[in-house]
Design a protein. Structure first.
Length: 122
């Protein structure tokens, strides 16, 4: 799509394109859609942490917003979810327990010795 600007005796045609709606798509699909619209993907995109593995790599928003009319070859940046594994604690070598806590060895397995009858002497 082109916009014609007539002013001061000259005629300029500005090529414009619409920012595609890529929200909810993966980064790869979004990048393809943006470049197919004659736009460039920004090198400085942001990521928002999530512990939901299904959301990792999904586009949350774009700048400029989807549907905005911009010059061809304009830059589009996005914010996408980044999967961060839930925190898991693994003690490292030399780990010291909290103050006042003394680890105890596990109890010995229960053993039963039957009562033995010894002969009685009279």
């Amino acid at each position: 799509m082109g916009i014609t600007n007539i002013g001061l005796g000259q005629i300029d045609t500005i090529d414009m394109t619409t920012v595609p709606n890529v929200i909810g798509n993966t980064i790869a699909v979004a990048t393809s859609a943006i470049t197919a619209s004659n736009l460039t993907v920004s090198a400085t995109n942001t990521e928002t942490d999530t512990s939901n593995a299904l959301l990792g790599g999904i586009i949350i928003s774009t700048t400029p917003l989807a549907g905005t009319l911009v010059d061809t070859n304009s830059e589009v940046s996005y914010d996408a979810y980044k999967y961060v594994a839930p925190y898991s604690f693994t003690p490292a070598f030399g780990f010291s327990p909290p103050f006042g806590f003394t680890p105890q060895p596990p109890p010995a397995p229960f053993s039963f010795t039957p009562y033995s009858f010894a002969p009685r002497f009279r």
